[in-house]
Design a binder for this molecule. Structure first.
Ligand code: NDP
Length: 489
């Protein structure tokens, strides 16, 4: 864009009238029990907790808090359903997955509104990203269910048994789909534990399973807190554990499972480098940077939270970025014009504030988009730190919020060294016009996913997962199926 054009753009007043999505499409019940063996039941623990909207702090519903006894019942129900489900003709299993995918599509507006209410993410993201991708995962895996013999020729693939699955709050329904779809396609049954702050779409998914007439006990949902997750990990009758969440809890789970012979996959944190070379299409790169870190308020394990920009274009890129930040609309997640929604919880907001304060104390320069934050709820403005040294906590630790740390480099080798200088290894982005440079970088970046001239793109056919402290195992694609199978051949 020419300077003149940019100035003209800057002069335009980008005020938008509000465009609220109707929330009446979702009628939450007052209370949700546990979904075990195809029935909704009260928790044996007798305990309940309230899930609230992070945008308004308004309570949405009461949800059962499962204790060890409840987890035991859920695992027993999954065990009871396993024989029938695993022996079903694979083409029949496919039909159930197709049905679930279709129902997710049919109910996508309702589920998107519920996701935005319970989790705080902008409706345009839950509507255009989370829901379509969740349905796509079920469609994709429906196609695999009767072709496993061809996916793994001469290896006689068999289901593992009862899959215990623990998911986080940043993509509640999508993470459920990433876990449940391959597990079912491979003939396993499931006990799923959603995150404490975002249990509602998992409970609505149980209703989707009921609509699809999925046999009782194939999918069981135990809501609760970290203790519920812990009880599930400890349960002696699980055959597989899949976890997405913090590196800290991932490590604790690994310790817990040591010596028990339970196969597990861990998808943990990240500190991705988004690397911009001086020959890149800079306006396009700025869009990619914004998408990389402000998408879903930065609550994204593969977020491009470190921007590495070539020194010769650093000033230009940072100026363009700041200008672009001032056009981001922060606020009501149910407004279709909103770009950045609410922070998922008070605890996460405190964590972001603490890390941002450390960045200022250590000497980084803070820039925040000028925006008015709502009075109630949990909010944090889109933030950019320049003058960041690699040793600063904001350059090393996962902030999991809308906070970008900008650093510079001179040569491709320096970019590579800085990009790999992290305990994590989940994702990276490379922006350049040279195909050879993309390949050179991708070969050397220690990251499970490398995006070229784009960022945060997902596809069920593409395996996703990390190295180092970002965990191990892959989700999606043929690799993802492998994690839910044993091989007799
Ligand atoms: P956690 O790792 O605590 O939560 C992830 C899931 O694990 C939730 O369902 C949680 O339950 C459950 N859980 C918590 N403790 C245990 C346990 N001891 N055993 C088994 N399951 C458990 O993440 P947080 O929600 O605390 O977020 C903290 C930080 O983690 C964030 O700031 C972010 O940096 C990172 N994070 C990374 C994610 C990623 O996708 N890589 C996703 C979420 C967080 P419950 O919610 O009920 O406590």
């Amino acid at each position: 864009m020419t300077d003149e054009l940019e100035q003209r753009h800057a002069a335009i007043d980008w005020e938008y009238a509000s465009a609220p999505e109707s929330r009446t499409i979702v009628q939450f019940r007052d209370r949700y029990g546990l979904v075990i063996g195809g029935e909704e039941i009260d928790p044996a623990s007798g305990e309940w907790f309230t899930t609230a909207s992070p945008a308004t702090e308004e309570p949405l519903a009461e949800v059962a808090l499962a204790g060890a006894k409840d987890v035991d019942r859920a695992v027993a129900a999954a065990r009871g359903a396993f024989d029938g489900w695993s022996r079903l003709r694979p083409a029949e299993r496919s039909k159930y997955l197709f049905r679930i995918a279709r129902i997710l599509q049919e109910r996508s507006r309702e589920l998107a509104v519920a996701e935005s209410l319970d989790g705080g993410k902008p409706i345009k993201e839950s509507r255009d990203v989370d829901l379509p991708l969740a349905a796509a995962h079920f469609f994709y895996h429906a196609g695999w269910a009767d072709k496993l013999e061809y996916a793994f020729p001469n290896r006689t693939p068999r289901p593992l048994g009862v899959a215990a699955q623990i998911i986080p709050w940043n993509f509640p329904l999508l993470m459920l789909a990433w876990k449940v779809a391959p597990a079912l396609a491979c003939g396993n049954t499931v006990v799923l534990k959603p995150a404490e702050t975002t249990p509602l779409t998992a409970l609505m998914f149980a209703d989707v399973c009921r609509q699809a007439e999925l046999p009782a006990g194939v999918v069981n949902i135990v809501t609760g807190d970290g203790e519920t997750g812990h009880a599930l990990v400890q349960h002696p009758d699980i055959d597989k554990l899949a976890f997405t969440g913090s590196t800290e809890v991932g490590k604790a789970i690994q310790r817990e499972l040591a010596g028990r012979g339970v196969p597990h996959t861990l998808e943990l944190g990240g500190k991705a480098a988004n690397i911009v070379f001086d020959d890149a299409a800079l306006d396009q790169a700025v869009e990619g940077i914004v998408n990389g870190i402000y998408f879903n308020q930065g609550h994204v394990c593969c977020a491009g939270s470190r921007l590495l920009v070539q020194e010769s274009v650093a000033d230009t890129v940072v100026a363009k970025l700041k200008r672009r930040l001032s056009t981001l609309r922060v606020g009501d997640p149910l407004d279709k014009n909103t770009d950045v929604g609410a922070i998922n919880s008070k605890a996460q907001l405190d964590r972001i504030r603490e890390l941002v304060a450390s960045g200022e104390e250590e000497g980084a320069e803070l820039y925040q988009a000028p925006c008015e934050l709502p009075e109630h709820g949990y909010w944090f403005p889109p933030t950019v730190f320049t003058n960041v040294a690699q040793s600063y906590r904001i350059a090393q630790e996962e902030i999991f919020g809308p906070v970008l740390s900008v650093m510079t480099f001179r040569t491709p080798a320096e970019a590579l060294e800085k990009a790999n200088n992290t305990a994590y290894g989940l994702s990276a982005g490379v922006w350049t016009e040279k195909g050879s440079r993309i390949l050179w970088m991708a070969e050397r970046l220690r990251a499970g996913v490398v995006w070229a001239n784009t960022f945060n793109r997902f596809d069920p056919a593409s395996p996703f997962g990390g190295y180092k402290e970002s965990g191990f195992g892959r989700e999606g694609g043929r690799h993802g199926l492998e994690a839910y199978l044993r091989f007799d051949g």
